[in-house]
Design a protein around this ligand. Structure first.
Ligand SMILES: C[S@@+](CC[C@H](N)C(=O)[O-])C[C@H]1O[C@@H](n2cnc3c(N)ncnc32)[C@H](O)[C@@H]1O
Length: 228
């Protein structure tokens, strides 16, 4: 493929990805922007940021634009996603790097980050993997650093959880998606937990001020801080 064709291919792939996410996740783009708004740093600061499960780099792009001195490492299992991120975000030069790997292996992403972002990805982990990951994220952050995650969650009250799932399925159906397909996939592969459990695991891992900033049915944005 010629450069122009490659560019079109990746642009289309990411456009398709974004458009799918907006059809299956309520307020997907609003939440992504909100997550970046929550970063508590001066915009002139030279930050080191890790975008875990980066996919095509939607959060990476927002953060690189917002913090012109920052450097971002996009980390993902899927090389194709990373390739599209690398190609699409080439305008950021050496400020943007990619790494292919499994974030259950902390040796791969290293330490020294001011922020760790995780967009719609940690629900892939089991409870014990998630607890270990929170400990690893704590170690990987600099003092004063922040962990931020946008993800699917469960309500502690099963009645409410079912209510949210029904609303979610209707949302997908109204957007022309096959909600049975997505719901089956979700039931088979995902391990969502409640915000309360996430907050307690973050505290156990050493984090301070675990918080939920945004909630839309069974979707949330949470944060936790590594104190100075
Ligand atoms: C739904 S996409 C989310 C992409 C992007 N962060 C966003 O907010 O739209 C989930 C991504 O997590 C990645 N992923 C899932 N499990 C992973 C793991 N154990 N290690 C690294 N990446 C993982 C997948 O490859 C996929 O690109």
């Amino acid at each position: 493929m010629k450069t122009g064709q490659v560019q079109d291919h990746f642009r289309k792939q990411v456009d398709n990805y974004r458009s799918l996410m907006t059809r299956i996740i309520p307020d997907y783009e609003v939440a992504q922007r909100l997550l970046i708004d929550l970063l508590p740093f001066d915009r002139t600061k030279k930050l080191r940021i890790l975008d875990l499960g980066s996919g095509p780099g939607t959060l990476s792009e927002l953060v690189l634009e917002r913090y012109p001195q920052s450097e971002v490492l996009a980390f993902d299992l899927t090389q194709e996603m990373l390739d599209s991120a690398k190609f699409r975000l080439s305008r950021f030069g050496s400020r943007f790097r990619i790494f292919q790997g499994d974030y259950r292996n902390k040796e791969l992403f290293g330490v020294g980050y001011d922020a760790i972002l995780a967009g719609m990805t940690l629900h892939h982990l089991t409870d014990s993997e998630r607890k270990t990951a929170f400990q690893d994220f704590f170690l990987a952050l600099n003092p004063g650093g922040i962990f931020l995650s946008q993800d699917i969650v469960l309500d502690e009250d099963l009645f409410i959880s079912e209510w949210h799932c029904n609303l979610w399925r209707t949302f997908m159906r109204d957007n022309g998606e096959d909600d049975s397909f997505w719901y089956k996939k979700h039931k088979e592969k995902d391990h969502p937990v409640s915000v309360e459990r996430l907050k307690s695991w973050l505290t156990e891992a050493g984090f301070a001020h675990p918080a939920c900033h945004w909630r839309f049915w069974n979707f949330s944005i949470i944060s936790a801080t590594k104190e100075d």
